[in-house]
Write a protein that binds this ligand. Structure first.
Ligand code: GDP
Length: 194
């Protein structure tokens, strides 16, 4: 989809900074370096939108992106850092709990995983967390262009099984490089948003 306006509204450190809108929101999460920024840029047709809030030291902020005053993407900092402290982990958990407990306009999760690898414990924790709130989930398996064609079906199966995906939880092969899956992900997001 092409948007007239796609902009970072705020990188919010706490709930008092959340934008005061009622636009429906999709949460985007994945481990760090999975390709989340590239996916956000591919979905919004921008080159650099999502790198704005993606600098070191901003790892505990929720980035709110306004898309044409119609929807909001809420970019969760990449998780799974090797050296994250216990303190940071607790803070991350609190931030997510605040959001899911209190944000009325949340509509669902887009979980981004690497098509080459088995999802991590952190991915499973995130998806279970969102299921607890009864929200729909869509999974994008990105960097699909990097998987050998002969491996693709196998990798999708492993992802599906590891995350215990339910029939209604779509798994969509994606590539920011070739733009594979952009339309399919949008179809799934629009279903959650409307
Ligand atoms: P983030 O940390 O999750 O936001 O990850 P980035 O979007 O910054 O991507 C991490 C690295 O993976 C970068 O070098 C990207 O160019 C590369 N990358 C991201 N998506 C794809 C993809 O679909 N295909 C390929 N081949 N590389 C990708």
């Amino acid at each position: 989809m092409q948007f007239q306006k796609a902009e970072l509204v705020i990188s919010a450190a706490s709930k008092v900074q959340w934008p005061q809108t009622e636009l429906p929101e999709i949460v985007l999460a994945g481990r760090s370096n999975v390709g989340k920024s590239s996916l956000i840029n591919a979905l919004t047709g921008r080159k650099k939108l999502a790198y704005v809030g993606n600098t070191p030291g901003k790892t505990r902020l929720l980035n709110f992106f306004n898309l044409d005053d119609q929807y909001m993407f809420v970019d969760v900092p990449g998780y799974g850092y090797a050296n994250i402290s216990k303190q940071q982990l607790i803070r991350f958990g609190e931030m997510m709990e605040d959001y899911f407990n209190e944000r009325m306009q949340k509509r669902g999760l887009l979980l981004i995983v690497d098509a080459r690898h088995k999802p991590t414990e952190d991915d499973l924790t995130m998806i279970d967390f969102v299921r607890y709130y009864d929200l729909p989930v869509v999974v994008a398996a990105t960097k699909y262009d990097k998987v050998k064609p002969s491996q693709r079906q196998h990798n999708l199966k492993v992802i599906k099984e590891t995350l215990c995906l339910r029939d209604e939880e779509k798994l969509i092969p994606f590539s920011a490089e070739t733009k594979l899956g952009v339309d399919e992900v949008w179809d799934a997001l629009l279903e959650m948003l409307h």
